[in-house]
Structures are given as structure tokens and as C-alpha cells.
Ligand binder design. Structure first.
Ligand SMILES: O=C(CO)COP(=O)(O)O
Length: 241
């Protein structure tokens, strides 16, 4: 909810231009997706529709149709051209009280509708990496509910305590957690359906370079609101490919 609808559209316009001119995006070496606020979806998708940038939503309801005033149907997101949807963001868990059961049902709704879930996991408080990873793995397994990799999933590791801060979590912490989570995903899901691991939480210019190949990418918030900064973050990603 940082950007208004017109601001989001203007931002998407700038991002579409960056995507169309950046070699790493043009070649497919760097892939981009945008999850605007729901009211901005149509305006943003109009700007991105001729670009390589995918778009999606920040939330959906677990039912596709019925008496759910204020809900967002995954089927409607598909009609809007969304190919991804975020599930289980820390703010959904904290502000809206979404628990493991809600996240599991929303994850199922995403895959049922053919939307790639961007499944957010992360520890609430700072803690040793092994404990943080265990918490993330418990959240993952709870959301998967036995799904063993039939669909593509993007796992966003976002420690709750690192969101909305001046700096991301220390890179050595992120790398240590990501290594354990990745090993778990590889041993339980293999390569079926493809699982991507990205880091979010005050990520910006230089974050990806500091994480090396322990993650596949970033989940950006505030520090991508300036398109010029976003372009520099794409440069960081391109340098790693
Ligand atoms: O929550 C986030 C992305 O989902 C991160 O937001 P910030 O990068 O603004 O902390």
C-alpha cells in the first residue's frame, strides 16, 4: 500500500522500459515479476503486458466463488492475467491474523488456479540460523500439506524482523538459513515443478551481490520504488548470471 494506483502505473511504465532495454532481462537471464496492490492490478498490467515482466497479486482467498464479501478469487486473478500470487506474507500473518491453516488453504487455491505461489516464510524474531531455518521449514511443510512438487513454487525467505528496516538481515545469516532451506527443498521436492528461493526484507542495491548463489533472487519492497535503483539491482543480478 505504499504506492497509489497512478503512481504504481507510472512505476510499471518505467520498469517496462528498463526491462525492454536491459540485456539480461531481454535474454531471460534475469526474470522479473511485480505484485502490485489489488486496485492497481489492471493499470499495472496494461503497462507490463508487452514486456517480459510478469505480474500477480499480494493475496487471494481460499475459495474461488461464493459468499466471501471483500475476498479476492484466484480465478479472477487469472482473468486479470496474473501468473503469480503471494501467500503467507508476514503482514498477512501479523495484521490479518492468518495462521498456518489459512496459508495452507490459500497455497492450495493458488496451485488449483494455476498461479505460481510466492510462498513467504521467515522467523519472527532474530535467532540462530539453524532455529530460523527450522521455523521456515515448518512453515513450508505446513503450507505444502503433502504437495511434493507438482507445481512451480517461489519460496520467499523473509525474516519478519528484517522487513521495513533500514538494512536487510546480515548476509551470513541469510546465507546460512537459505542453505538449510534449499537442502530441505532439494531433498523433499527435487526438481519437480521447480522451486526458486528468493530473499526479502529491506533488500536493495548490493543485497544480491552479498548473498551470492545462496539465493536465486530478491523479493523487493521499498528499495525498488525508485526505478533507477531497481535498474541497478537488475545490474547486480546480471553480474551473477
Ligand atoms: O515485505 C517485503 C516484500 O514482500 C519487503 O519489504 P521491504 O523491502 O520494504 O522491507
Amino acid at each position: 500500500m505504499y504506492l497509489g494506483v497512478d503512481q504504481a502505473a507510472e512505476w510499471a511504465d518505467a520498469v517496462a522500459l528498463i526491462a525492454s532495454t536491459h540485456d539480461a532481462v531481454r535474454s531471460g537471464a534475469v526474470r522479473l515479476f511485480v505484485l502490485p496492490s489489488l486496485p492497481a492490478t489492471v493499470a499495472v498490467s496494461a503497462k507490463l503486458s508487452d514486456s517480459a515482466v510478469a505480474w500477480g497479486a499480494q493475496d487471494l482467498h481460499w475459495d474461488d466463488r461464493g459468499a466471501v464479501t471483500g475476498g479476492t478469487s484466484g480465478a479472477d486473478l487469472v482473468e486479470l492475467g496474473c501468473t503469480l500470487v503471494e501467500v503467507g506474507h508476514a503482514e498477512r500473518r501479523k495484521i490479518f491474523g492468518e495462521d498456518a491453516g489459512v496459508t495452507r488453504r490459500k497455497f492450495a487455491a493458488a496451485t488449483r488456479n494455476g498461479l505460481t505461489p510466492v510462498l513467504c516464510v521467515g522467523e519472527r524474531e532474530p535467532m540462530p540460523a539453524a532455529d530460523a531455518a527450522a521455523e521456515c521449514i515448518a512453515q513450508l511443510e505446513s503450507a505444502f500439506a503433502g504437495d511434493r512438487g507438482s507445481t512451480e513454487v517461489i519460496v520467499a525467505y523473509e525474516p519478519e524482523w528484517a522487513i521495513g528496516q533500514p538494512q536487510p538481515a546480515p548476509p551470513e545469516h541469510v546465507r546460512a538459513v537459505a542453505d538449510i532451506v534449499r537442502e530441505h527443498l532439494a531433498s523433499t521436492r527435487g526438481t519437480a515443478g521447480e522451486t526458486t528461493l528468493i530473499y526479502g526484507g529491506s533488500a536493495g542495491i548490493g543485497t544480491l551481490s552479498s548473498l551470492g548463489d545462496s539465493v536465486d533472487g530478491l523479493f523487493l519492497g521499498r528499495f525498488a520504488h525508485n526505478p533507477a535503483d531497481f535498474a541497478r539491482i537488475i545490474d547486480d543480478a546480471a553480474a551473477l548470471t
